[in-house]
Design a protein around this ligand. Structure first.
Ligand code: NAD
Length: 353
């Protein structure tokens, strides 16, 4: 069973809960807007289904309402920021505004953001930069539970460590590649588990390191008290990208890497290394505009393979989902909806179901 809700109504309900959990009106609105945009973009795993986890994290004091990004180092084109365990939706926005201004001024900016609570859909941050004509690259580590196994390993050792590259394309929609380095996002396993579905083979190993199609192995502890793990995408290559995200997003930002046993804490801490480039300052702007457009058009003119309607570029599925869901509304499964209502009750926001 499920429920279909229009984006505006969902934003209002989520904001009420986040507000009741201690956030200012403005912060609650920013968090709600960001989460609902993830749902609209087709990424339900990073949408309103995160609210129960955020509420638990606030109650455990692992997530701090009304925190701001603190500037630790500022040498112009290099910025180091401390997210102070604040809502990533707010910290990320503050950090990107600073980084974008620096890239405009100096031509590039390397920004190390440490210790932010969950930054959600990383594509959101690249979209902010691309809208200003900038190239934006992001390497992120995740401190919550070691849910992804190394290539050749039999248990989870690190997080779903996302990587994102946004490139503006003059006269066309931007290229917006945004992916977890696990074969699938952990949240998608939560959604599948909540819907009582099995997933395709090749995504997961169980608590004993054996292949499985049961998404529950990474959502709830198994019979021996342990979790299973997600596999990385692209075998050893995706595994290498995941390690790069851990080292750049975790070590280089000062957030820390994962090297301890799992615990049950609910906070999700992200470290994000961002590299911003202003193509106008490289002296290649005209060629860059012509060549990006020519290449994207070339890709799109190719024939579709059997079983595909067309060749797409990264970012298209999310834009299409937004256009559709703005009208049709957002489908929330019953388990997720009940968890959201329960999260509201925990902080005294009783919403009608
Ligand atoms: N904050 C965190 O801790 C965290 C951790 C992991 C993932 N995430 C987020 O989870 C979200 C989902 O990640 P995912 O790996 O499940 O994404 P995904 O597999 O749905 O998409 C990955 C990318 O592939 C592109 N794509 C999809 N279909 C395509 C096609 N047919 N042709 C061309 N390109 C196509 C998409 O536009 C997207 O850029 C991302 O937004 C990511 O940032 C966040």
């Amino acid at each position: 069973m499920s429920k279909t809700i229009q984006a505006a109504e969902l934003r209002g309900r989520v904001a009420t809960i986040i507000r009741a959990a201690g956030s200012s009106e403005a912060e609650a609105k920013t968090v709600a807007h960001n989460l609902v945009l993830a749902n609209l973009s087709g990424h339900d795993s990073h949408g309103v289904g995160m609210v129960p986890r955020y509420v638990d994290a606030v109650l455990e004091k692992g997530l701090t309402p009304n925190a701001s990004a603190k500037v630790v180092v500022d040498i112009g084109a290099m910025l180091t920021l401390d997210g102070q365990r604040g809502y990533g939706q707010v910290i990320g926005e503050q950090a990107m505004k600073l980084g974008i201004a620096r890239a405009r001024e100096h031509g590039s900016c390397i920004m190390a953001l440490g210790n932010s609570h969950h930054l959600g859909r990383i594509g959101h941050w690249a979209e902010m930069a691309v809208a200003e004509g900038l190239v934006s690259m992001h390497f992120v580590n995740v401190q919550s539970r070691p849910v992804v196994a190394p290539w050749g390993g039999g248990d989870g050792r690190f997080g779903t460590n996302p990587c994102c590259i946004g490139i503006p394309v003059a006269g066309r929609e931007p290229f917006l590649l945004d992916f977890a380095t696990s074969r699938v996002a952990q949240g998608k396993m939560r959604v599948a588990h909540n819907e009582g579905k099995q997933v395709e083979p090749g995504l997961l190993i169980d608590e004993n390191g054996q292949p499985t199609t049961n998404p529950g192995v990474v959502v709830v502890p198994q019979s021996n008290g342990l979790y299973g793990a997600l596999m990385t995408f692209g075998e050893h290559k995706g595994y290498g990208m995941a390690v790069a995200c851990e080292l750049l997003g975790g070590a280089l930002t000062g957030t820390g890497t994962w090297h301890r046993e799992a615990d049950q804490r609910r906070a999700v801490i992200n470290g994000m290394l961002t590299v911003l480039i202003d193509p106008k300052k490289l002296g290649t702007q005209q060629k860059f505009e012509e060549e990006t457009r020519a290449f994207i058009d070339w890709l799109k003119q190719g024939p579709a393979a059997p079983g595909f309607d067309e060749v797409k570029i990264a970012g298209e599925p999310e834009r299409k989902a937004r256009a559709a869901r703005e009208t049709s509304g957002i489908v929330v499964d019953d388990t997720t909806w009940n968890e959201i209502l329960q999260a509201g009750r925990k902080v005294g926001a009783a919403l009608a179901d």
